[in-house]
Design a protein around this ligand. Structure first.
Ligand SMILES: [Zn+2]
Length: 485
C-alpha cells in the first residue's frame, strides 16, 4: 500500500504507480498514428490536472494477478470489490437507503459491479464519466444435471456460453469455478463462490488416425456431442457430481439448490516471444479492460469535477439482456440514485446526463498475420500499437466524431498512440456494451480497447505495453472535463 501525491491509498497489488515518467515508445512508432481516418476537429485544450504513469511490467503483473483471481464473472466482481474495499471504498446495499454523504462507493450484483466517487471536487451536476467493461468470457458451463457416461467414462455435461472458439477448449486441463446456492436446514438460502483449481476436467481431442478427413475438411465439432469433458475413467468408483460438490463445500448434497459453474483453463498467464513482447492469457476479453478501468478509478485525481463511474457488467457475450447485463436497469438506476442522493431534481439529473460521457472498454481485433485478408486493408491494427478506437457505420460500436475527438485529445496530451478499427464491408461487425449503454442513457459513447489476437479463444494474445497505456488513458478520462457534447 502506498500513498499518492493526492493522499489517496492504492490497492495492495495495484501495480507500481509512478508519476511523471514516460513509457518506452512502441516498437512501431511510424505505424501508430493517432486515429488515421476522417479529420476530427480538436476540442479546446484544457490542461490535464495530473496524469498517471504506470510501469508497464508492474501493470502486467497486476493484470495477471487480477485474471488469475477471476476465473468466473462472480470472482471478477468479488476481486474488484476486494480491491475497492482495500482502497477505502464503501460497499452499498441496493436494498438499503442510498448514502447521501460524499464518498467513494461500490455496489455488487452477482457477476456485475458498479463503483463511483462523489468525494473531492466531484459533483454530479457536472456529469458522469463512465467506463464500462464486462466480466464474462466465452466458456463451457455446467448443466443442471451434468452426470453422463459414455464408452465406460464419466463425463460432465456442459453448455457452450457465448461465441467460444470451440477448438481452443480441446486438450486443456480445466478447473471449475462460479457460484453455488444452498438451502440451509432452516430454509434460508445462501450463495457462495466456488473454485476448484486442480485439473478436474478435459475435453479430449479425437486422434487424427480416427478422422483423416480433418486434413482436408478441417476440424468440425458438434457442440452437442464433441465438447463434453471427461472427469473419470472409472465411473463405477466415483460419486455423482452433486455429492462431490457437496463434499467440496461441506454441505449436505440435498441442500444444493443450484449452481452457475463453468470451466477455466489452468495454464497461468505468460509473456512470450523472443523479446517477451507478447502476453498470453485466458479471459483477456474482457478482464484486461475491467482491470484497466479499476486501476484508472483507484488512481483518479479527486480534483476532477465529474463523478467517475466504473461499470463491470456480466453477460456481454450473450447479448447483455439480463439483470446484470448492460441492457438492464442497473446503471441508469444507480446514476439516478447518486443524483437524487446528491440533492438533484429530476430535471437536474437529466441535465447532468447531457454533460456525461461513456467509454465502452472492450478488446479489439489486431490484424492476424496469417489472415491479413480478413481485415480492412486501410485500417490495420497492431499489438502494442496503442488503444484502438472502434468505428462502425451501422452503430454496432458507439464511437462518433465528437466522442472520438475527446479521446484523441486525451491521448495526444499523454503521448499515447491510438489505432483505428473498422470491419470490412463483406464481414459482419461484432458489437459490445457501447451501443447498448448509449441507447439506455443517451450519452456520448466511445468504443475503445486493447488490440488482441485469438479473441474468444480459451487463451488469447496481446502486447505488453498497451494494457498500461489503456489504464492511463482511462485515468485521464476520469480526470478531465468532458468536451464531447
Ligand atoms: Zn469483449
Amino acid at each position: 500500500m502506498t500513498r499518492s501525491r493526492w493522499g489517496r491509498r492504492w490497492p495492495r497489488s495495484g501495480g507500481q504507480i509512478v508519476h511523471s515518467k514516460r513509457l518506452t515508445p512502441s516498437a512501431r512508432p511510424t505505424e501508430c498514428k493517432p486515429v488515421a481516418g476522417p479529420a476530427i476537429e480538436a476540442p479546446d485544450r484544457v490542461a490535464l490536472v495530473d496524469s498517471l504513469d504506470l510501469d508497464p511490467s508492474a501493470h502486467l503483473d497486476d493484470l495477471s494477478a487480477f485474471i488469475q483471481a477471476s476465473p468466473s464473472p462472480f470472482h471478477a466482481a468479488a476481486e474488484a470489490a476486494a480491491r475497492l474495499a482495500e482502497a477505502g471504498f464503501t460497499m452499498v446495499e441496493e436494498s438499503a437507503p442510498w448514502p447521501t454523504a460524499d464518498g467513494r462507493y461500490f455496489l455488487r450484483r452477482g457477476g456485475a459491479l458498479v463503483a463511483w466517487s462523489t468525494d473531492g471536487a466531484a459533483d454530479c451536476r457536472n456529469g458522469f464519466t463512465i467506463v464500462g467493461a464486462h466480466t464474462d468470457s466465452p466458456n463451457l458451463r455446467l448443466r443442471p444435471r451434468p452426470d453422463h457416461q459414455s464408452a465406460g467414462m464419466a463425463q460432465l455435461g456442459v453448455e457452450i456460453y457465448g461465441g467460444a472458439l470451440l477448438n481452443s477448449w480441446l486438450d486443456r486441463d480445466l478447473g471449475l469455478s462460479g457460484r453455488v446456492s444452498v438451502v440451509d436446514s432452516d430454509g434460508s438460502v445462501s450463495t457462495r463462490l466456488f473454485r476448484y483449481d486442480q485439473p478436474l476436467l478435459r475435453v479430449p481431442q479425437l486422434a487424427i488416425h480416427l478422422d483423416r478427413s480433418i486434413t482436408i475438411d478441417g476440424l468440425r465439432l458438434d457442440p452437442q456431442r464433441h465438447l463434453q469433458p471427461v472427469w473419470s475413467s472409472s465411473p463405477q468408483k466415483i460419486s455423482t457430481f452433486r455429492v462431490w460438490l457437496a463434499e467440496q463445500l461441506g454441505v449436505r448434497s440435498e441442500s444444493l439448490a443450484g449452481w452457475d459453474l463453468m470451466t477455466h483453463d489452468l495454464t497461468p498467464p505468460a509473456r512470450l516471444g523472443v523479446d517477451l513482447s507478447m502476453f498470453a492469457s485466458a479471459r483477456l476479453d474482457n478482464l484486461l479492460s475491467c482491470h484497466a478501468g479499476l486501476t484508472a478509478l483507484l488512481a483518479r485525481n479527486s480534483d476532477s469535477p465529474q463523478v467517475p463511474v466504473l461499470c463491470l457488467f456480466d453477460h456481454e457475450e450473450v447479448g447483455s439482456q439480463s439483470s446484470t447485463g448492460a441492457a438492464s436497469q442497473l446503471l441508469p438506476t444507480i446514476l439516478e440514485r447518486i443524483a437524487t442522493a446528491s440533492g438533484l431534481s429530476r430535471d437536474e439529473w437529466f441535465a447532468s446526463l447531457a454533460s456525461s460521457m461513456c467509454i465502452s472498454a472492450d478488446g479489439a481485433h489486431a490484424t492476424h498475420p496469417n489472415f491479413p485478408e480478413r481485415h480492412e486493408p486501410d485500417h490495420l491494427v497492431f499489438l502494442d500499437g496503442g488503444p484502438v478506437l472502434k468505428w462502425n457505420a451501422d452503430a454496432r460500436y458507439g464511437t462518433d466524431a465528437p466522442g472520438a475527438a475527446h479521446v484523441v485529445s486525451l491521448a495526444q496530451r499523454l503521448n499515447i498512440p491510438l489505432q483505428t478499427f473498422v470491419s470490412r464491408n463483406d464481414m459482419p461487425c461484432g458489437s459490445t456494451i457501447g451501443p447498448v449503454t448509449a441507447a439506455r442513457l443517451g450519452v456520448t459513447t466511445v468504443d475503445i480497447g486493447v488490440a488482441q489476437l485469438s479473441m474468444h479463444s480459451a487463451r488469447e494474445l496481446t502486447g505488453v505495453l498497451d494494457p498500461s497505456r489503456f489504464a492511463m488513458l482511462l485515468n485521464a478520462f476520469y480526470s478531465t472535463p468532458v468536451q464531447a457534447n
